[in-house]
Design a binder for this molecule. Structure first.
Ligand code: HEM
Length: 484
């Protein structure tokens, strides 16, 4: 059989299934549109296929929850407020019931129940992500999960994905480093990862990134300790967090923001919105804005945790999205997945219900309605009979994004270049000490045993661009091990 041409699900041929359609903006961002059928259909199909059976993370969630003591994240003026939160930490690769102590990126989700509605930070425990084009997310996810034929995780599939999408090299440096296996949920970092905006009345804004840092020092398991623990107590992290909270040893995190002024953003280049990159602390120091304390376990895991729905689209006035295509795609994908996983009225379920009054009469009816469903109020906009009034909080806030000069709405790929290797190189040279370097090489080499020779060479080639010594070290390990 000749090689099949890639098409959409209804047969229309496509040239490139790996790039979404965007209108490019300042800072390497892009505006995605609902007209990108390839993106919308790929994400939506993935959401339904993987949920609820093989939920990306929600079903795989690992943590008890919380109520908390935090200052309001939003209006950075309104300090000294306590805001209840719901927290969930999850692994990505395994399914519900799989071992906690695996090498994986942890999801770090916090829902703030504010007076202006819910605000969610749906982040990760490492600061950068593997891809910067949302069309690649379902592929990334599949490449880390089970092979379609063998039904087992598969390193060949994993590395085949990453060498052909080497923008992931920075996240891979973190994944295979000591951070890849936390020894306790209580001591993991949390990153909002994306760039957001803090917007003041009148439209003045600053760009920002969110960071949670545990008040205890950050510690890890070695590969050997983690493997042993995965057999001895697969629910080790879950138990550790539950026990600590029930013994009133409440884990706590400080919440920080990094802030970039719009005029700095003008010249910052594409790392402004690219989530494979960080903003260096030396240029954008961490500013402390609050503390989160986890002080309550759930009374019922399914009701309070399993049914929780976090989404980057949940933002309160004062925090806004940016033209990071990953963020925009997530703002569509999470509620889409949750309508399927939990039903169209999932916002009415106890863990998701806002603590402030809700009046959204244009979203009503549907399976599982548990409210009075707005009685006889008009169900169409612009009715003079409606009791609803406009919000005074948001009506005067307007802000713009800078579309690139001569921008074209198209598949505008940001191709991997030398810049993508700079931050991974700094991590290797300045952050990793010699012990961590050797451990990192051992961790990667361990995965290459059954990978075909050509692919192994490509992996070595990719990491050699970070630093030639990495390639040499993996090569040397390879010679000294019969499996490599
Ligand atoms: C285009 C890129 C992405 C897509 C389409 C995507 C999609 C999804 C979906 C559909 C879920 C399940 C939602 C649910 O059923 O409740 C999920 C879970 C999650 N994702 Fe993503 N994701 C993307 C990138 C990211 C990134 C960059 C991060 C971290 C910064 C992240 C962190 C999480 C976390 C923490 C969860 C679990 C949320 C929870 O606790 O319920 N994802 N993702």
């Amino acid at each position: 059989m000749s090689n099949p041409t890639f098409t959409l699900a209804e047969g229309q041929p496509i040239a490139n299934p790996s790039v979404s359609t965007t209108l490019p903006t300042l800072g390497g961002g892009g505006i995605t549109t609902l007209g990108d059928t390839l993106l919308i259909e790929t994400l939506s199909h993935f959401n339904q296929l993987f949920m609820p059976k093989l939920l990306v993370r929600g079903e795989n969630s690992r943590s008890p929850m919380i109520s908390l003591l935090s200052r309001r994240p939003i209006s950075l003026m309104a300090w000294a407020k306590k805001t209840p939160v719901l927290f969930r930490l999850s692994t990505t690769g395994g399914e519900k019931g799989s071992a906690d102590t695996v090498r994986d990126v942890r999801g770090f989700s916090v829902k703030f129940f504010t007076e202006d509605g819910n605000h969610d930070i749906v982040g990760n425990h490492v600061p950068v992500f593997f891809v910067r084009d949302p069309i690649r997310f379902p592929s990334l996810n599949r490449s880390h999960k089970r092979h379609p034929a063998t039904n087992r995780p598969d390193w060949t599939m994993f590395w085949d994905f990453h060498v052909n999408q080497p923008e992931s090299v920075h996240a891979l440096m973190h994944l295979f480093g000591s951070r890849g296996i936390p020894d306790s949920i209580r001591r993991v970092t949390g990153f909002g990862v994306h760039t957001f905006k803090m917007v003041a009345a009148g439209g003045r804004f600053r760009y920002c990134k969110f960071h949670f840092r545990p008040t205890q020092s950050i510690t890890h398991f070695s590969e050997q300790q983690a493997t042993r623990m995965a057999g001895a107590n697969a629910d080790f992290h879950t138990q550790d967090l539950w026990d600590a909270i029930s013994h009133r040893q409440f884990p706590a995190w400080k919440l920080y923001v990094q802030v970039m002024e719009p005029d700095q953003a003008e010249t910052y280049g594409r790392a402004l919105f690219d989530i494979t990159k960080v903003w260096p602390h030396k240029d954008f120091p961490l500013i402390e804005v609050g503390q989160m304390t986890l002080n309550k376990n759930p009374d019922n895991y399914f009701a309070e945790i399993e049914q929780a729905a976090f989404s980057p689209s949940n933002m309160v006035p004062g925090i806004a999205m940016t033209p990071d295509p990953m963020l925009q795609a997530r703002m569509f994908a999470y509620p889409d997945a949750q309508r399927y996983r939990l039903g169209v009225n999932y916002t009415q379920l106890p863990p998701n219900r806002a603590i402030c009054p809700v009046y959204a009469p244009f979203e009503r009816d549907g399976m599982g309605t548990v409210t009075r469903n707005y009685g006889g109020d008009p169900n169409y906009v612009r009715s003079t009979l409606s009791p609803g009034v406009p919000s005074q909080v948001v009506s005067d806030v307007r802000h713009t994004e800078r579309i690139e000069h001569n921008a074209i709405l198209a598949q505008n790929e940001i191709v991997v270049d030398d810049e993508d290797y700079i931050q991974p190189r700094e991590l290797w040279n300045r952050v990793f000490d010699e012990i961590e370097k050797r451990q990192w090489v051992a961790n990667v080499s361990e995965t290459l045993g059954d990978v075909p020779a050509e692919l192994k060479e490509a992996v070595i080639g990719m990491f050699s661009k970070v630093d030639p010594r990495i390639g040499q070290m993996i090569g040397a390990k390879s010679k000294s091990s019969s499996r490599l």
